[in-house]
Design a protein around this ligand. Structure first.
Ligand code: BGP
Length: 485
């Protein structure tokens, strides 16, 4: 039997440009969809069901608003200027890998320039070089919730097909520039999330979709992302020999609320939908049952000749995913619900929840790993897993975050058990190693880090970094290759 984690296991953490960098309009950067995201202090369960809607009017208002503090992603945690200090702290924990993303708008501010912005390119070159110097392997996401706002406004994001070429051009520029620095690439972060928050994921403005055609529009944009992902996988392999490209899905392991076959059936269908985007990227074709569903719903996806061949020819090399919680489904209406990142489910009485209602389920991670490996038979990497919590700073500056340590300990235990059962897992990057601006709510107080950042929800604070108890704990985990938990 395999014992413990493989020798070169990639322990580390994960970040996204728009949640950490700040400097939203420095050195030629253009505005992205993330820069118009408002801090939502009173996000309610119902808002999730409404996909945290955004409108043309809200975007226009936000674009004209100079008060950056209202838009926390414009400020981030100032990683743009402090990345060296942060990388030094990650290196102190012994990180083998760090997942970051490239902001498309630093390289092509509106997405349509002829030439890339050299200052943007230089920033990531400096970042990746510093990571290499510290022995930290970069894992780079090409699209993590931050497409150029100009493309969103002009083409309704990924809805228009010509966005594919613009994205491929951006990616190729990155591949040529970073070919000696980056081996692992991810195409679209949580690609399945397009149906839950189409604006954040794909720049789709709901009020610009033809009435009654919202769903079809979203799936059309998703098709364009599939084609782009395949084309980019091909060019990455061509430009960087030995490179590895992965898809990235939100793993939403979903259980039936009871053994009533009706509950089992709705759950099965939910799971098929969750898998669908990764299925296309791994198997290179649309699942038959999804195409039948489109037919039934009168959804017509426009494809160009050759699209299906492209998908088939360039599948991904590995599967990456985020895992925060499991969900429960029921065929019955009116049961008590819980939420998580625009995802709704039935309350599971066997599981505790975080302050944000995300149900904590370490065994669900093991189940996810087994399901994914059995389905895809590709190497897996967990690129997001963690717990958002309110931290309390003691008078001497220490932060005792045992709840976070417990969360990680229990998840890593299950991950280890899955590896020992034969799942091929090559890395784990926690979300997030340092406090950052929440993707869903733009809150700072929903803290994930091993490192505390002194900044509140209104953008006040010194931005000073300090080590929480979990910092020392994770350092030991890495040092012992997951043996000391
Ligand atoms: C994932 C996103 C991340 C991240 C995380 C936590 O869906 O890929 O960007 O932020 O969820 O979510 P939140 O920040 O809303 O707590």
């Amino acid at each position: 039997m395999t014992k413990g984690f493989p020798k070169n296991f990639l322990w580390g953490g994960a970040l996204a440009a728009n949640q950490v960098e700040g400097a939203w309009n420095e050195d030629g950067k253009g505005m992205s969809v993330a820069d118009v995201a408002i801090y939502k202090s009173n996000l309610k369960l119902d808002d999730y069901e409404g996909h945290v809607a955004i409108s043309s009017e809200m975007i226009e208002k936000a674009m004209a608003d100079q008060d950056d503090k209202k838009y926390p992603k414009r400020i981030g945690i100032d990683f743009y200027h402090r990345y060296k200090e942060d990388l030094a702290l990650f290196a102190e924990m012994g990180f083998k890998a760090l997942r970051v993303s490239i902001a498309w708008t630093r390289i092509f501010p509106t997405g349509e320039e002829e030439e890339p912005n050299e200052l943007g390119l230089q920033f990531y070159e400096n970042l990746f070089s510093e990571m290499r110097r510290l022995g930290i392997e970069p894992i780079v996401t090409l699209s993590h919730y931050e497409m150029p706002l100009a493309l969103s406004l002009k083409y309704n994001g990924w809805v228009e097909r010509n966005v594919i070429d613009k994205f491929v051009k951006f990616c190729n520029v990155c591949f040529y520039r970073y070919k000696d620095l980056v081996k692992y690439w991810l195409t679209f972060n949580e690609i399945d999330s397009i149906t839950r928050h189409p604006f954040t994921t794909a720049g789709i403005i709901p009020d610009r979709c033809a009435e009654g055609k919202e769903e079809e529009t979203i799936y059309q944009a998703l098709h364009h992302q599939f084609v782009a992902s395949a084309l980019v996988t091909a060019s990455c392999h061509r430009i960087i020999p030995g490179s590895q490209v992965g898809c990235m899905l939100t793993k939403l392991t979903t259980y039936p609320n009871t053994c009533d076959p009706k509950d089992v059936e709705v759950t099965l269908k939910k799971n098929l939908l969750n898998y669908f985007p990764a299925d296309v990227q791994v198997f290179g074709e649309y699942p038959v049952l999804i195409e039948k569903m489109f037919e039934r719903k009168n959804i017509h996806i426009k494809m160009e000749p050759g699209d299906r061949e492209i998908l088939k020819k360039y599948p991904v090399d590995f599967v990456s995913f985020s895992y925060y919680m499991s969900l429960t489904e029921s065929a019955k209406e009116g049961l008590e619900k819980t939420s998580g990142n625009t995802i709704m489910g039935i309350k599971n009485p066997y599981l505790p929840s975080t302050d944000w209602g995300w149900q904590i389920d370490p065994i669900g991670l093991k189940i996810s790993l087994i399901e994914l490996y059995d389905r895809y038979r590709k190497p897996l990497i967990i690129v997001e897993n963690g717990m958002g919590a309110i931290d309390h700073v003691e008078s001497d500056g220490t932060i005792h975050d045992n709840y976070r340590i417990n969360y990680f300990r229990e998840h890593i235990k299950q991950m280890k058990a899955a590896v020992e059962e034969g799942v091929e897992l090559f890395g784990y990057t926690s979300w997030a190693p340092i406090d950052l601006v929440s993707a869903g709510t733009s809150q700072m107080s929903k803290r994930y880090g091993f490192i505390y950042v002194d900044q509140d929800d209104e953008g006040n604070g010194t931005l000073a970094r300090s080590r929480k108890d979990s910092f020392y704990w994770y350092k030991k985990v890495i040092e012992s290759n997951g043996e000391e938990l």
